[in-house]
Ligand binder design. Sequence first.
Ligand code: PLP
Length: 362
Amino acid sequence: MPLVPPYIESLRPYEAGRGIEEVRREFGLTRVIKLASNENPLGPSPMALERMRRSVNTLNLYPNGGLDLRSELARQYDVRVENVIAGSGSEGIMSNIIRAFLCDEDEVLTTESAFIGFQVLAKSRGVAYRTVPYKDWHYDLEALARQVNERTKIIYLANPNNPTGTIFTRMEFDRFYAHVPERVLIILDEAYFDYAKDNPRYPDSMHYRYDNVITLRTFSKVYGLAGVRIGYGFAHEELIANLLKVKLPFEPSTLAQAAGIGALADKEFLHRSLELNTRGIRFLTESLRAKGFEVPPSDANFVMAVFPDEQEARRITDQLLRKGIIVRHLTAFGLPQAIRISTGTDEENQLLVDALAGESTG
Ligand SMILES: Cc1ncc(COP(=O)(O)O)c(C=O)c1O
């Protein structure tokens, strides 16, 4: 008898980007910078850290399942606590969505080369996983709507999208939504919401509180808390009630919940992080395009550079690594001809561009 089902046997585990220490040792470097995992280069939110410090004396007690953070989110977003969930990163909530709502015969529909974390989670459920190609590196919502069939249960949309950095617009989403039956759950993954929210064409999903739309957000990116594992989501109370049935009873941890509550108040850090990122996106996009690289417009905290072929993308990735700069080659996503570069500090962004001196295509 096989140990695991065939869809687990054939699954490749999520591979995180390479770590700074590992690269430092392998190449004998003194300084290594990581622009590979869309983290905040300014470190964690100071108010999150302060709140975590204050919570350590209660660590002998079990947490309350995220209730404090859910209540604070409900207050700030003017929704009911029954419409809010908190979990171990937005991926933790994604995992619960997949567990709670998918039956064996259901199908998941999304774009090609979708966020790798979602790909791994959805495929680990063993249901049909269908994709449509990008249209000019954007979600093709028209094609996605056409692909919905009677077995489609979940449509996953990341906006802004990882790894392309692109967004779909309000108009595109409105048209798409009109074609999707209400029985289909739409996950709107807004991990990069804060970076995109000031774009007037960006559809903030809090303005689309439809019964079948689940919004997912995270403290991992702009609040610099990726190591803490804390994310949240908004949805109809029936969907949230079902997610609460399958989530780990004590997720999120006391420290994670405290971090989230502290971060929500840290407007100064948010502002500083967004300002730095806006400069970084502009600088990286312009500098890489000036070299002839194809760089789709990004509303997130990273840019994607597309090369003529896999060999070229791999060569650039390796060359940067030897110079102590870690970027993400996108083979695992299904885009071997592309790399993803997160924004760093101004100095780190400059080092990246300097390390590419002499490189150009076209
Ligand atoms: C689109 C997208 N969704 C979700 C996540 C994961 O976020 P979290 O750290 O909250 O699990 C990421 C992280 O890279 C992401 O890019």
